[in-house]
Design a protein around this ligand. Structure first.
Ligand code: DHB
Length: 390
């Protein structure tokens, strides 16, 4: 089989790329090892930058983000027993939207299928062949174990942090890597939001984040040891931990119907492109979750890559594809820094001294008590301008 662009991974990056390419009449095939049901029900991120929302709505990928999603014009930072609002409207005149990633995926899958996209679930990529040529190939297996081979002008790895495509791009060189001595214990519970906006709390017991998914469901996280078992706590114990980490607020409690433990990593691949094989999103980089940059960074890559592929495939102009890694990396490292900074400012380091704790409170005060400090956080949180505007 042949197509112009074969996209490995039907997450936000892969589906959005096929959607944007289609607007230029560029044909693609998207494959994913998971089922449609798995993709549309797995709970992932929740916050969309304003630029991400604009891309989704301007290109008609999702209208529901504006009706079902909720605009948030601030967050609360809580420490030393007090809450401080970071007002996005007042500082940078921008906002974010709370709209779960799996809802974005439902919208994208529906839009792609309605447009006649060749979108194949249950097809597992095994390797890329002829990566250095102008006709790279993806070798895969379908759900029944039958071999699938697709040749294309360009192979795009949008297949997440355990990317199969990455090896064909980076060889054995890997990337820049950092680990953290903690993880997040995440829960979903049946109760209305405890606060109108998200609360990022630095408490003496460690970090907690109070988020939401819908008017009847809350998403909450608390800092835990990386090896914590999801069944380590009873529901009652989970509420005790969460309540203690947001002193000053009484959280609305309800049945906890999902638990997960999220590992923290920072990663940037040394290479994002080899010839006609390109990486986007988590396949190329991973950020720790604090600050909600992961999905938004994937969208920024895709916007840039769409322009590069349009130039290559419609105008035979390779200069934008040549420039793609370098331009993408500028934003990637800004997002890496922001995610690292938010993480370190808000979490309790194992073995932290009293000095370290007090310094952290001083750091938080320099942010919340200064217009420039609040604007700095708000600018990064709501997202920098996308490059390669469509
Ligand atoms: C959520 C996750 C984040 O990492 C974050 O910074 C904000 C919200 C969430 O899942 O709701």
């Amino acid at each position: 089989e042949r197509t112009r662009v074969v996209v490995i991974g039907a997450g936000p990056a892969g589906l959005l790329l096929s959607h944007l390419l289609d607007r230029f009449g560029i044909e693609s095939i998207v494959i994913d090892s998971r089922t449609r049901e798995q993709i549309e029900t797995t709970i992932r991120a929740g916050i969309l930058e304003q630029g991400t929302v604009e891309i989704l709505t301007d290109t008609r990928a999702s209208d529901r983000v504006l009706t079902v999603g909720q605009k948030h014009e601030g967050i609360e930072l809580r420490f030393a027993g007090e809450g401080h609002r970071i007002d996005f409207a007042d500082t940078v005149g921008r906002a974010v939207w709370l709209y779960p990633q799996h809802e974005v995926l439902k919208d994208l899958v529906a839009a792609r299928l309605a447009a006649g996209q060749d979108l194949r679930f249950g097809v597992t990529a095994e390797r890329v062949e002829d990566a250095g040529t102008s006709r790279p190939r993806i070798v895969a297996k379908d759900a029944e174990g039958n071999p699938v081979e697709i040749e294309a002008d360009v192979v795009v790895g949008a297949d997440g942090s355990r990317s199969v495509v990455r090896e064909a791009v980076t060889g054995t060189y890997g990337g820049y890597f950092r680990e953290y001595p903690f993880a997040w214990f995440g829960i979903l519970c049946e109760a209305p939001p405890s606060s109108p906006e998200l609360i990022y709390s630095n408490s003496p017991d460690g970090f907690a984040l109070i988020s939401q998914r819908s008017p009847g469901v809350q998403r909450m996280y608390f800092q835990c040891a990386p090896d914590t078992d999801t069944e380590a706590y009873t529901e009652e114990q989970l509420w005790e931990i969460l309540q203690a980490r947001v002193p000053g607020t009484t959280l609305n409690e309800g049945h906890i119907f999902q638990r997960d433990v999220l590992r923290f990593r920072s990663f940037v691949a040394h290479e994002m492109r080899r010839g006609r094989v390109v990486l986007v999103g988590d396949a190329a980089h991973t950020v720790p979750p604090t600050g909600a940059k992961g999905m938004n960074l994937a969208v920024a890559d895709v916007v840039l890559l769409t322009e590069a592929l349009r130039a290559l495939l419609l105008d035979h102009d390779e200069t934008l594809l040549d420039a793609y890694p370098e331009i993408a990396r500028r934003r990637i490292w800004k997002a890496q820094h922001f995610s690292w900074w938010m993480t370190n400012m808000l979490h309790l380091q194992p073995g932290a001294s009293d000095f370290d704790r007090m310094r952290q409170i001083g750091e938080l005060r320099t942010i919340v008590e200064s217009h420039a400090g609040r604007a700095y956080l708000a600018e990064a949180y709501t997202g920098w301008q996308f490059e390669g505007g469509l």
